[in-house]
Design a protein around this ligand. Structure first.
Ligand SMILES: *[C@@H]1O[C@H](CO)[C@@H](O)[C@H](O)[C@H]1NC(C)=O
Ligand SMILES: *[C@@H]1O[C@H](CO)[C@@H](O)[C@H](O)[C@H]1NC(C)=O
Length: 301
């Protein structure tokens, strides 16, 4: 776009046009367990978002990729993302996050825990285990899975498993909540679930998002229950019943700012018909791309 000539009678219009056409904020993609930025599918997905939105985008790799996504503690994974987002010059005046599956709890940890990182504007969450999951994500076809399964036998809330198996950080067994609160190192902190450790900073940071898009897959066979993608989960007393996000204590007592965001009209609850992360191009165009097109100044909802 050409530079505006202030003397021109069209100067004002020209400036207005440059605000409207301002380059959209850059985004990062945070992938799920067992995936890697260099994998064909993920590479194509990131390129598609870049091409369609016109924004600069980065797939952020954590450690060695697939291996570390399985075996590195999630708070450490989030620390590594925090370091990277501070280093990428394009991100410094703000950026958007697109999360896939496990990448969503890492993304949220970056928003909540990353001190003096650049601000996150919009967060588009595809199939995130935000309220936990009642079983280890089904890793049927994955070569590393037997290790994960063997680790789980040691007890999901044992200190060894918590330190060496990433998804143990968001496994929330509905009829073993005491063990979860005592032993689980990641999700109780991320969701501000433990009153004595409640940290207002996490809530302030999450509720300062411009927009949170929570996408659930109606036939999700990986996340149990699938409503966790919307922050819905099994009730604490009646643990066979899935509560809507609004019925949970996390929401009612607003532990992390979800309710504040929702009441400000800044949360979209979206559901796609397929299995976990089965996304069509049309769905991307309709529900993801618009949130990657906003620039910082045009921060309308
Ligand atoms: C994105 O655009 C590049 C350059 O125009 C093109 O080579 C590539 O095939 C496109 N990829 C996708 C997934 O749209
Ligand atoms: C809350 O979290 C922030 C950000 O990580 C940290 O700086 C602060 O010390 C924490 N506060 C408490 C009371 O733990």
């Amino acid at each position: 776009m050409g530079s505006c000539n202030q003397q021109s009678r069209l100067g004002v219009l020209c400036i207005a046009a440059s605000i409207i056409q301002e380059k959209p904020l850059p985004f990062i993609v945070l992938h799920g367990i067992g995936d890697e930025c260099k994998n064909h599918g993920l590479y194509q997905f990131t390129q598609l978002l870049i091409n369609t939105s016109g924004a600069v985008g980065f797939c952020i790799e954590i450690g060695d990729g697939a291996g570390d996504s399985f075996f590195m503690r999630l708070d450490k994974q989030a620390d590594l993302v925090c370091d990277q987002v501070k280093e990428i010059p394009e991100l410094q005046s703000g950026y958007n996050i697109v999360g896939l599956s496990q990448g969503n709890v890492i993304g949220r940890a970056v928003i909540e825990f990353c001190d003096s990182g650049p601000p996150v504007h919009n967060f588009v969450s595809l199939g995130g285990p935000h309220a936990g999951t009642a079983s280890i994500p089904g890793c049927a076809a994955m070569s590393l899975c037997w290790v994960a399964t063997a680790l789980i036998r040691l007890g999901v809330y044992s200190s060894f498993v918590q330190n060496h198996l990433a998804p143990s950080g968001y496994v929330k067994i509905p009829d073993d909540l005491d063990a979860y609160y005592k032993g689980c190192l990641f999700l109780p902190k991320l969701n501000n679930e433990i009153a004595s450790n409640w940290n207002a900073t996490y809530k302030d940071r999450l509720s300062s998002l411009n927009h949170l898009v929570l996408i659930m897959f109606e036939h999700d066979t990986v996340l149990i229950p699938r409503e966790t993608a919307w922050f819905g989960y099994y009730g604490e007393e009646q643990n066979s019943v899935v509560q809507t996000p609004q019925e949970t204590r996390l929401y009612k007592e607003d532990w992390v700012g979800l309710r504040a965001l929702d009441e400000a009209g800044r949360v979209s609850y979206v559901s796609f018909p397929g299995d976990h992360l089965r996304i069509t191009k049309a769905e991307v165009d309709e529900y993801v791309i618009p949130h990657l097109r906003t620039s910082k100044n045009a921060s309308l909802l």
